[in-house]
Design a protein. Structure first.
Length: 434
């Protein structure tokens, strides 16, 4: 989990940074993928039948550095913002305990109303799909879930036992240092499961799955060596539940593998080498997992993994270095709305200095397309304003009906030396899909 109410922002901004640091892949010039003329004509024909995107509002909230949580209804959205003097700073090496301010924003009038303040907390993942409208946070050594639509909150798991084991094993006394090594999130494919992964030692990863409806806890363990970045804030893990096999699948944006496990006292991990990456959805029948997969053969890809057949189908694909020497790009913030068969995604592009490690520029472009689970059609690029020569990272959040979305642009500066991002401005745009 990362800084106060910044988990979503941090994920958006951290991908390029983290991957460059880990792989330093900027220097290799590879063959660019091009569209054949017949494919271009096919795209042109598809656009005639595409749903129309209509921008209905520019949402500029001044100096607020906010994160959209959900649509409350057709006229209101809920956002969060920190309250500390350094609320616009994202430090990828540490976590920061701060107040979480929760606001209701009327998108027609731009009126902002504070509806709650959560004191001294560490905000975490924002829910999607069956967990839409909720977000996680840690406070007083407990994991909490906040329902932003109903404005309710409840404690769902006591982390004291895990943190006590960490203190004993790691000889660390400061809670913030322990929290860097605890990762929590929602499990895709479920309307009740939340996971906890904690780095206990070099050979011990503690895993928990909490049933938020009954309070039941499934415990498990693994060798922490399976999970790079488990001991720092850059974990970016994703879990999905397969109801057919009663199994969990775990991966990360960093991985080219995925792990299958059934938690319990004798749980074991099965490594699947066919696929890896950031999980963002699972099919209704539970047989297919969708991932943002970036390392296979040097390509960035949106893929579908068939669990039963152990087969990967590429949905969208392009070379990671297609921009040329010292350019690096990847998919991020992939978001599917099944109600209207729509998909939102962004392509983040970075320019590296000659040392292949220092980033001089990060620019992100976002798209909305039609998605039937097999292919993306009618992908349309969303406009982005260039603001004072700043970097930008984008996100898209659909409403539940799928006939509208919030398109948010975060402008920022990045200090490669200190690994710190300073947010400069946040702007959002409200769109209808017709």
């Amino acid at each position: 989990m990362i800084k106060t109410n910044m988990k979503r922002i941090a994920l958006i901004l951290a991908l390029i940074v983290s991957i460059l640091v880990t792989f330093t892949a900027c220097g290799e010039k590879q063959k660019e993928i091009k569209l054949a003329s017949d494919v271009k004509q096919e795209v042109k024909d598809e656009e005639k039948n595409a749903n129309k995107l209509v921008k209905i509002k520019d949402l500029d909230l001044g100096n607020m550095m906010y994160v959209p949580i959900c649509w409350k209804d057709d006229e209101n959205i809920v956002v969060t913002e920190g309250s500390g003097k350094n609320k616009n700073v994202v430090d990828f090496k540490s976590v920061h305990i701060d107040d979480i301010n929760v606001y209701n924003i009327n998108i027609k009038t731009s009126k902002v109303d504070k509806i709650n303040t959560i004191k001294d907390a560490l905000c975490g993942e924002v829910g999607e799909k069956d967990m839409y409208g909720s977000f996680l946070y840690i406070k007083d050594k407990k994991l909490w879930m906040y329902n932003a639509i109903e404005n309710t909150q409840k404690s769902i798991y006591d982390l004291s036992d895990i943190m006590a084991k960490q203190k004993e094993s790691l000889k660390i006394t400061e809670d913030k240092e322990l929290l860097k090594r605890i990762h929590c999130g929602f499990v895709f494919g479920s309307d009740k499961y939340v996971y906890v992964m904690a780095y206990i030692s070099g050979s011990d990863c503690s895993m928990r799955v909490i049933d938020i409806k009954t309070g039941a806890v499934i415990k498990g363990f693994a060798n922490s060596g399976y999970f790079p970045h488990l001991d720092n804030v850059r974990g970016n893990y994703s879990w999905v539940y397969n109801k057919n096999k009663d199994s969990f699948y775990i991966s990360s944006i960093y991985y080219d593998v995925i792990y299958e496990c059934k938690l319990g006292e004798q749980n074991g991990l099965k490594k699947i080498k066919t696929v890896g990456g950031q999980i963002f959805d699972i099919s209704e029948d539970g047989n297919e997992i969708y991932l943002n997969s970036i390392y296979k053969k040097g390509n960035r890809s949106i893929v579908k993994y068939d669990i039963q057949k152990d087969k990967v189908t590429v949905i969208a694909n392009e070379n990671m270095n297609s921009g040329g020497k010292n350019h690096f790009s990847l998919f991020e913030d992939v978001n599917v709305n099944n109600s209207k068969h729509s998909i939102g995604y962004s392509i983040q592009n970075a320019i590296c200095e000659s040392d292949n490690k220092t980033i001089s520029k990060i620019q992100t472009t976002s798209f909305i397309g039609d998605f039937d689970g097999k292919e993306i059609k009618n992908a349309r690029m969303l406009p982005v304003e260039q603001l004072d020569n700043k970097n930008n990272g984008n996100s898209i959040m659909f409403n539940k009906k799928g006939d509208g979305f919030i398109y948010t642009v975060h402008y920022f500066d990045y200090n490669s030396k200190d690994d710190v991002t300073t947010l400069y401005k946040t702007k959002s745009y409200i769109y209808q899909i017709k």
